[in-house]
Design a protein. Structure first.
Length: 461
């Protein structure tokens, strides 16, 4: 008789092997990196914007799983929805019927995007982008997509073709025929459009890498010139969407912007079931799905599954009932203003930027001789090491999880769950102030750790 599967018993028996299992069977560089920077924690429980390690330490999450945990971890409404959909034992994924949940979720999403008409559900942000690229090419009959330098739209082959970071692209050529321009460069956009082969322009209203916002007026002007040349505006709101920036979508900060295609994912999942969605105009969908022969010309095996749809419906319900978007705007403004007050105090602190609860903290070259020599030492070894020097003590000494915003960037990105409160803001600002005080003292553990990072960076060359 076979032994009954017991997940709790399995985790109790082998959970301590987590780092060894990853080293042996998965990406072996991940545990190596975590050990190197002291991020090799053992987290055992999570709730809301906090999680706890094996020693009972309470950690503040300012990363939200790269933006996935918009409502924090284990929101009770989302949990109940998933229990309910499992208990309902629906006839899911028959592939030859029309279940109600996808239509209901599409209806709710489109209510926040009244200029868009239809939705395709996939399983991730990169899949949402892939869908938009395919639809734009087919709808316009043109092959080329424009994107921005430093953009991040995913890592599958199509989305990688519009990824503006060289490190992600290296070794995977040939990619699709796409061209990068600088965010905000309207002249470059029009110059490329005049060549007549551009299907669309995919853009993050606020770039995740470095937290750079599109200049005022750029998105609307880009939309006008794109339409004049028969091309489409594709807004990638995989990270910025669903309240992250203080509006439901980041493009809504600018009047008159109405993307032809819109990509969302991450927070729509509630942190449980992977989901991605591509919203678009009716004429685009009708051109792609032009006949019954083309009914499955673009599809996803797990797209529109009941669990993902239930999670998405629960997430949107919570956001509406709890005023999540307005809360994110208010708390984001509070956190930004508190951090901006520190800029004149610290010469290593260059700028605070962003919107809502998507905030970039940029460091820069100090003026005093002692700090400048240490800064130069780090920059010579590898740009981005100082930001890493801040991230590490925030976790190790203050139990706050953050991230460097991109490779070779002296920027920390804050994308916490949208439910953080004033106490969490106080906790972060107090901890960040303590770390900056230590950095400006010119000695201590922080700069010792910097020397260690320099040695590692030099060794990897």
């Amino acid at each position: 008789m076979s032994k009954e599967f017991d997940l709790s018993a399995l985790l109790a028996e082998r959970g301590a092997e987590r780092y060894e299992l990853h080293t042996r069977y998965l990406n072996h560089q991940l545990p190596r990196m975590l050990h190197t920077i002291g991020f090799d924690k053992v987290y055992v429980r999570a709730e809301g914007a906090h999680f706890w390690d094996a020693d009972g330490g309470d950690h503040l999450d300012m990363l939200a799983g790269f933006g996935v945990m918009g409502l924090g971890r284990h929101h009770p409404v989302v949990r109940k929805a998933l229990h309910d959909v499992l208990d309902a034992q629906l006839a899911d994924l028959t592939r030859f019927d029309c279940q109600p949940l996808p239509g209901l979720l599409a209806e709710k999403l489109l209510a926040h995007s009244p200029h868009l008409d239809r939705v395709f559900f996939g399983n991730s942000g990169t899949e949402a982008v892939e869908t938009a690229l395919k639809f734009a090419r087919y709808a316009t009959g043109k092959p080329r997509i424009l994107y921005c330098s430093h953009a991040f739209h995913g890592l599958t082959t199509g989305s990688l073709s519009v990824n503006g970071e060289k490190g992600f692209r290296d070794g995977f050529a040939p990619l699709l025929p796409d061209t990068a321009i600088e965010l905000g460069d309207l002249d470059a956009l029009e110059r490329e459009l005049r060549k007549g082969d551009v299907a669309g322009f995919v853009v993050e209203p606020i770039q995740g890498k470095g937290v750079h916002e599109a200049p005022p007026g750029f998105l609307r002007a880009a939309q006008e010139v794109l339409h004049r040349h028969g091309a489409l505006l594709i807004a990638d709101e995989v990270q910025t969407g669903l309240g992250r920036t203080g509006d439901f979508y980041a493009y809504q900060h600018e009047d008159g912007v109405e993307p032809d295609l819109l990509c969302v994912a991450k927070a729509l999942s509630g942190g449980y079931v992977p989901v991605g969605a591509t919203l678009g105009k009716d004429w685009i969908f009708k051109k792609v799905y032009s006949s019954m022969d083309r009914v499955l010309v673009h599809s996803a095996s797990f797209g529109s599954n009941a669990q993902a749809m239930a999670a998405g419906l629960a997430v949107l319900s919570v956001m509406e009932n709890e005023g999540t978007v307005a809360h994110a705007r208010r708390i984001g403004d509070l956190l930004s203003s508190r951090l901006k007050e520190l800029v004149p105090r610290y010469e290593l602190l260059h700028e605070i930027r962003g919107r809502g609860l998507m905030i970039g903290i940029e460091f820069g070259r100090p003026s005093s001789l002692g700090l400048r020599s240490r800064w130069t030492m780090l920059q010579t070894a590898r740009k981005g090491l100082f930001a890493q020097m801040v991230v590490v003590p925030l976790l190790q000494r203050h139990r706050i999880l953050t991230q460097v915003s991109g490779d070779h960037m002296e920027v920390i990105k804050l994308i916490p769950p949208l439910i953080i409160d004033e106490a969490d803001v106080d906790r972060f600002v107090t901890a960040f102030t303590a770390v900056m005080d230590d950095a400006h003292a010119g000695g201590g553990l922080m700069w010792d750790f910097g020397k260690t990072l320099v040695k590692q960076a030099v060794a990897q060359r």
